[in-house]
Design a protein around this ligand. Structure first.
Ligand SMILES: C[S@@+](CC[C@H](N)C(=O)[O-])C[C@H]1O[C@@H](n2cnc3c(N)ncnc32)[C@H](O)[C@@H]1O
Length: 254
């Protein structure tokens, strides 16, 4: 990475919504990507408790981005997350209304049923994080790829998760060579794919770092950067918890 890259997550990002999810290691990148591409339209397939989605929304709000966000999920779970109860949707819905009312919408339905609500070439950022079998991930990609704008970005979570019948890794291995892509290996892997086309003359620094300088050295530096960024965030959270939990110092009597 030859450019000096100092993204907003390092300077000022404190997640407002912390819940358990393996997406935790990608929070700084998710925040920075939204800040960099300033999406007019963001769609997430698979939201569950909202860790990735609300990171995107927080970046939209804090970076004053004038766009719309849609979270599509049955909010019932699948065979990988297990079925979950209404409390999950209620808490996501409450957080959404409290912080992102006005630009963020929850679409409680199957991904396939949401397709008709989006025009072709309209989505700037699509996050595919639904059911993780090879068949499900390839169907999500085939169905939603036409909805993404030329030059738009598609994220795939779990492209390095080789467990149970997870198959996002296999699908990613098949397509990555045929597209402009970048792969993060930490946090079960996050694949970043850019659709061909679009005006690239005004590309933000992060897209240049991701896709232009593709030497092994610069790729490794970018991967290492975001591993450190997520550790840094985790350490800050631990420190905050410790200082909050520490008993108040007794006041000395004169
Ligand atoms: C891996 S979780 C999402 C994780 C989330 N992005 C995070 O940050 O933690 C997958 C979600 O996709 C939803 N899902 C799976 N297949 C779906 C489909 N065909 N239509 C709608 N929702 C689906 C499940 O209900 C589940 O909540």
């Amino acid at each position: 990475m030859s450019l000096v890259y100092m993204p907003p997550s390092i300077r000022r990002f404190e997640p407002l919504h912390m819940v358990f999810s393996t997406w935790v290691d990608h929070l700084p990148f998710g925040y920075d990507l939204v800040a960099a591409i300033r999406p007019k339209m963001l769609v997430e397939l698979g939201t569950h408790k909202g860790l990735s989605y609300f990171t995107f929304c927080q970046s939209m709000k804090e970076n004053e981005i004038d766009g719309l966000c849609y979270a599509i999920d049955t909010f019932e779970g699948d065979e990988h997350t297990d079925k979950y109860d209404e409390s999950v949707f209620n808490s996501v819905n409450n957080h959404n209304r409290q912080h992102y009312h006005g630009f963020s919408y929850l679409m409680r339905m199957f991904f396939e049923d949401a397709l008709k609500h989006f025009n072709e070439d309209s989505v700037d950022l699509l996050h595919i994080d639904g059911f993780h079998t090879y068949e499900a991930v390839s169907a999500d990609f085939a169905n939603w790829y036409p909805k993404v704008k030329p030059g738009g970005i598609i994220l795939f979570h779990d492209v390095q998760a080789r467990l149970q019948d997870f198959g996002a890794w296999k699908f990613w291995d098949e397509i990555r060579g045929h597209h402009e892509t970048f792969t993060f290996n930490h946090g079960f892997g996050l694949g970043v794919l850019r659709k061909p086309g679009g005006d690239r003359s005004q590309d933000p620094e992060l897209l240049k770092v991701l896709f232009e300088d593709q030497s092994e050295k610069s790729d490794a530096a970018l991967r290492a950067f975001y591993v450190h960024a997520s550790k840094h965030l985790e350490n800050n959270r631990k420190l905050k918890r410790l200082t909050q939990d520490a008993p108040a110092k007794p006041v000395k009597q004169a």
